[in-house]
Each structure stands twice: as structure tokens, then as C-alpha cells.
Design a binder for this molecule. Structure first.
Ligand code: MG
Ligand code: MG
Length: 260
């Protein structure tokens, strides 16, 4: 993980612009998600939308990743590669997307239901979203990185879920992955003290079963060891006094989902 960079308000505005564009892109993706659609179709749509908005897909080519979206199906946690397999009723698909605009990255993820999913899966999605919110609630100046991890871990484990250890949130700005690492587990009062000007991606990855993960033979996709589903939501947050400033939004996505 690279160095930590504290941002000016002007830089934070530019990160916000990029983060919001990712939210809009994911809202376009949300319109198309249904049984029968392939993740490659979603990927093409996202790439076109990002380029039409004068930005560059942030993941395409990064560490040689081949696509615009990471599309992680059911037991896939993150880093799934879009393919030609149609989505099925009852699937969940985590879509992670980044853009680069004006020299700054945005990086947002959302887990979507495909058709009708089970109540058990709906609960996993709800609790993972709650983990993200609880993390944002403590992402304020003077608190520690460990407070964020504790908030996620405590809520997930209280619900019997596993918290992925191998992948973590991160600082972001001119680089997609800057310091500090933002783990989804930890101890209150431990780790770096959060200061104004820090911009971080908070991204709980929560498994219905074991926290253990393995890498798929494609060399990219991270999947749960027990094959049970996993959920992933991500926001970009600027550290402020008293209350975090959430730079990204999921609202456009959720407006689309409500109207479906
Ligand atoms: Mg992401
Ligand atoms: Mg991220």
C-alpha cells in the first residue's frame, strides 16, 4: 500500500466528482440487471457511459485487470471478471467500478439482487449495508482506523457472518489505492488517527459463512472457501470533524431499483 496523502478541499471536490460518476454508472448498470443479461453486457455499458462522461474506466488495465467492472457472482467476493454467462433468478452480483476523471479516482461498489433472492440473502445484503453505515458513522476526525474495522466486524459477527481479512478498504485520490489500509476488522482505539483531509474507500466484504476465501483459478476472482454467498458495498468518504462527508452515493442506484 502506498503513502498517505491529505487532500485539500479542492482535491476532495474532484474526488467527489469521480465518485458520483461511479454512482451514476452503477445506476445505469442497475437498470439492466435482470435474469438473462450477461456481465460482459453490463461491462460494455459501463465503459461507454464512463467515456461519454469524459472519464476513463479506473480498473481497466490496472494491474492488468481486463475490464471496466469487477462483477462478482454469489460466492465470489470481489475481483470477478465479466463474462458471457447469463445472470439467473436468485443470483446476487457485486459490481465494483472505478473511474479516473480530472486526475482523481472514484471507487464504488454495490451488491445487486437478480430477480427474486431468498430472505437469507436479503438479510446478508441488509446487514452488509448496515456495516458500511456503521463504519461511516465512526469515520471522523480524532477516531482511529481500528474504530472503523471494529464497527464492521462487530455488526457482521453479531449476525453470524464472516468478515474477509485478506482484502481491505484504502485511501484514494490521485491513485486508486493509497494508504492507509482500511480493514473491516479491528480493535477500537487502535491504528492510525483519522485526520481531516484523509479520503478513504470503506468497503465491507461480508460472507454468509466462513470468513475464509480462496483465489479462483482465473487468477483474479476471490471466492468464499465454503461456497456461500458474499456481499460488498463501498463508499468514498472524506474525514471531517463530527461527521464524515460521504462523497459517493448509492441513492441513484436505489431509485432505479425501487422503480423496477
Ligand atoms: Mg471498489
Ligand atoms: Mg476500493
Amino acid at each position: 500500500m502506498s503513502s498517505i496523502f491529505y487532500k485539500t478541499d479542492e482535491e476532495i471536490e474532484l474526488i467527489k466528482e469521480s465518485s458520483l460518476l461511479v454512482g451514476k454508472t452503477l445506476a445505469e448498470v442497475a437498470k439492466k440487471i435482470k435474469p438473462g443479461v450477461t456481465t460482459l453486457e453490463l461491462d460494455r455499458l459501463a465503459e461507454e457511459f464512463i467515456r461519454d462522461n469524459n472519464a476513463i474506466p479506473g480498473f481497466l488495465g490496472m494491474y492488468d485487470f481486463p475490464n471496466t467492472l469487477c462483477t462478482s457472482l454469489n460466492s465470489a467476493v470481489v475481483h470477478g471478471i465479466p463474462n458471457n454467462i447469463p445472470l439467473k433468478d436468485g443470483d446476487i452480483i457485486s459490481v465494483d467500478c472505478g473511474v479516473l476523471k480530472n486526475g482523481f479516482y472514484g471507487d464504488v461498489a454495490y451488491t445487486f439482487e437478480v430477480g427474486e433472492v431468498s430472505e437469507e440473502i436479503k438479510k446478508l445484503l441488509r446487514v452488509t449495508k448496515e456495516c458500511l453505515q456503521k463504519a461511516i458513522d465512526v469515520a471522523i476526525s480524532g477516531n482511529r482506523i481500528g474504530d472503523i474495522g471494529f464497527a464492521v466486524q462487530n455488526h457482521a459477527e453479531n449476525n453470524g457472518y464472516g468478515v474477509v481479512r485478506e482484502l481491505v478498504g484504502h485511501g484514494l485520490g490521485r491513485e486508486l489505492h493509497e494508504g492507509p489500509e482500511v480493514p473491516n476488522f479491528g480493535k477500537r482505539g487502535n491504528g492510525l488517527t483519522l485526520r481531516e483531509g484523509l479520503v478513504i474507500a470503506i468497503e465491507p466484504m461480508i460472507n454468509m459463512g466462513t470468513r475464509n476465501v480462496i483465489q479462483d483459478k482465473d487468477g483474479w476472482t476471490i471466492v468464499t472457501k465454503d461456497g456461500k454467498p458474499s456481499a460488498h458495498y463501498e463508499h468514498n468518504v472524506a474525514i471531517r470533524k463530527g461527521k464524515a462527508e460521504v462523497l459517493s452515493n448509492h441513492e441513484w442506484i436505489e431509485e432505479v431499483l425501487k422503480s423496477k
